[in-house]
Every structure is written in C-alpha cells, then in structure tokens.
Design a protein around this ligand. Structure first.
Ligand code: SF4
Ligand code: SF4
Length: 369
C-alpha cells in the first residue's frame, strides 16, 4: 500500500514527525556520528537530527566530514545497516540451571517487543531486510527472536542523494530510491521533506503532520536529485545473476590472487546487511550449576565455521573467499530467488585491505584469465 498523495513537511516542522512517533509509542533511533562513523543512536525527545554530515568512502577507507549544509541526510551509509537491530550480534537463546538435587530447569529467552522507529533508512538496507526476512521468517523455521524485533520496527526511509564512491545499488536494482518496505519515505530538499506513506501505520502518522501540497518545482527537484544519485554510481556488478558464471569458474586463478590479499578478518561479513551466518555455543559456570546457550554472528571467513567432525572443510583463505562470493552472488539465487548483494558497498569500505567485490567478481567471470 502506497499513499497516493505526496506531502511536503517543512524542515522547521520535522520535530512534529519525531513527536508523532514518540506519541505513537516508538523510541526513535536516528543517525549520529559516533567514533568517526554514522550509527543509529537513540534520539532523546526534544533533541534534533544531526546536520551537515558528509561521508567519503573508498576501498578500505571511511571518513566523516561536517559541512555547513542544513540537510540531515546528505550522506550514504554507516557500517551498521538494520541487521544488528533485528539479528543481534550475540544473544542467549536459552539457559539451564541445576539444583542441589541434580534437577535441571531449562528456560527459553524471549526477545521483548520494543517499538522502535528508525529514521533515515536507505533503500539498500530495506532490500537487505527483505532478504533477512526470507531467511529468518520462512515457513519452515521462524526465528522468534528475529520475528519479535522485526514486528517492532517502524521504518522512516530516505531516498539517497549522496551515494559514496563505493555504492553500487543501482546495478543490483536496490536503490538509490526506495520502492517498498518502508512505513514512511522522505525525499529531502533544502527547505524540508516530501513525505509519503507505505503502510497503514505510516499513513496514521502522516495524517497528524502539518504538511503542505507538493509544488511542481519541488517534484522536479526531487526527480533531478534522484536521477543524479543513480548516475553518479560508477561501480557495478557484471550481471544480477552470476550463479552459473561463478560456478563455472571455481578454478579461476583470481581466487588465489585475492586470497593473497585477504586477511580472513570477517569485517566484510560483519558489515554486510544480508550475511546471517552464526554459531551457537554453551557457556557454563565453574560449579556446573548454570549454563547459557548463546548464539553469535559467525562468518564463512573464520576457521571454525567450516569445522565438521574433526575436519576444517575450508582450511585456507582462498576457499573461504570463494565460499563467500559463490554463495552471496551465486547460490543465493537458488536459495532465495535473488542475489545476496544489495550494492551497499560496505564490504569495500570496511575491508582493511580494500578488496572490492565488484572488481573481484568481474575479473572472475570475465573470459580472460
Ligand atoms: S556483499 Fe558487500 S556490497 Fe553487497 S550487500 Fe554485502 S556488504 Fe553490501
Ligand atoms: S575480504 Fe577484506 S574484509 Fe573480508 S575477510 Fe578478506 S580482508 Fe577481511
């Protein structure tokens, strides 16, 4: 459901949106600069959004600058997508206690509903969330922790006007403008926001806001900036479906070359908004009376991730990088009906040695060796 009407919310009235969300029972998380990067942080009531943030990203590089722009969203993305908000990096699934008679009591840990509005979500991250939904909310195996947190989200998306050098969402079909998956969608102009609803919950909030009709010149300005955001992206994947091409090139020499640079550090999978691998372990007390069963993010780049029955199947970095890329860009198609990459570019910026997924896959599927 998309609101047929688009409305203009003057910048001076943006706080009314925050108030309406707060009155609707949502905690607001908004982009803030923290430790040199943009992250979602709780926005205390009466606080305002950050202005003038500009981000420069390149392979192995991420730099924040503060400019005198009045805009709140003139940047691309931070290391954190929506993933940590729904799929926690570490959480207890259940715990067990043993009493003095040796009787064991198991307790399941449930996630608590926590209505939260995320301000400034980008189209790549909406696409990534839809992919995570396919994984965690499929009919065979619904993850209750994920489901509770997912149902608590209210998503205020913003169309990207300043993609970074590392972004390539236009080539994956996931941006820079959002098509669906949001409750409210903003297009930022210098003097305010064109706003529309994507859900009934969004419509309810929108109805309470002091909005004006959208002027034709505002609609044109939005169309121009969206077009510019699309055209300024220079990186791209060679094709949206690389499954066959990758599996035909399992012995390509480029796997060895990239493995000589790759540190197997797993930064790329940590920042990737679609990666969902995890490991589970039990941590017990020294007196054997309590233990917790914990789930935490894992990665196809760690040695333990492919350890099965006394054997590490992917013992070296070449096999681990190949596993990541052939799954992400290849067998996701068979598994989830599309590639696992939404073109956010995070794995390029946050790779300490600047490995660029678009460059590597282009080299691997090209005819030349
Ligand atoms: S593979 Fe890289 S560019 Fe693609 S979604 Fe993951 S982090 Fe983003
Ligand atoms: S590709 Fe880069 S970020 Fe990913 S494991 Fe290798 S060195 Fe780390």
């Amino acid at each position: 459901m998309h609101s047929p009407l688009r409305n203009f919310l003057p910048r001076n009235n943006f706080s009314e949106l925050l108030t309406a969300l707060s009155d609707g029972g949502y905690r607001c998380l908004a982009p803030k600069v923290c430790d040199g990067a943009i992250v979602y942080k709780e926005l205390p009531s009466q606080d305002t959004l950050s202005t003038g943030i500009s981000i420069h990203q390149a392979p192995g590089s991420y730099r924040v600058e503060i400019t005198d722009s009045a805009r709140n969203f003139g940047w691309s993305n931070g290391p954190q997508g929506l993933k940590p908000l729904v799929f926690k990096s570490r959480e207890t699934l259940w715990s067990v206690r043993r009493d003095t008679n040796g009787q064991m009591t198991f307790t399941e840990s449930a996630a608590e509903p926590d209505p939260v509005a995320i301000i400034g979500v980008r189209s790549c991250d909406l696409a990534a969330l839809a992919l995570q939904d396919k994984h965690f909310l499929n009919n065979h195996n619904r993850d209750s922790h994920y489901q509770t947190r997912r149902a608590s989200l209210f998503l205020v998306a913003v169309n990207c006007t300043h993609p970074s050098d590392t972004c390539f969402c236009a080539s994956t079909g996931d941006g820079p403008t959002a098509q669906d998956g949001f409750d409210l969608l903003l297009d930022e102009l210098d003097d305010g926001f064109v706003i529309r609803a994507g859900t009934e919950a969004g419509e309810k909030i929108l109805e309470t806001l002091p909005v004006d009709p959208v002027a034709p010149e505002q609609a044109e300005a939005i169309s121009r900036q969206n077009q510019r955001a699309r055209e300024c992206q220079t990186r791209r994947l060679p094709s949206r479906n690389l499954e066959q091409a990758l599996f035909e090139n399992l012995e390509h020499p480029r796997w060895r070359t990239v493995a000589q640079r790759c540190l197997s550090c797993a930064n790329c999978t940590s920042v990737c908004p679609t990666c969902f691998c995890y490991s589970e372990q039990d941590t017990g007390t020294l007196d054997f009376t309590r233990s917790e069963h914990v789930r935490e993010w894992d990665s196809c780049f760690t040695q333990g991730h492919s350890y099965i029955h006394g054997l590490t199947i992917r013992a070296d970095t070449k096999l681990r990088y190949r596993q990541w890329l052939t799954h992400k860009l290849g067998s996701w198609h068979s598994q989830y009906g599309r590639s696992g990459c939404v073109g956010c570019g995070r794995c390029i910026s946050w790779c300490p040695v600047g490995i660029d997924i678009t460059e590597e896959v282009t080299a691997i599927v090209s005819a030349e060796t």
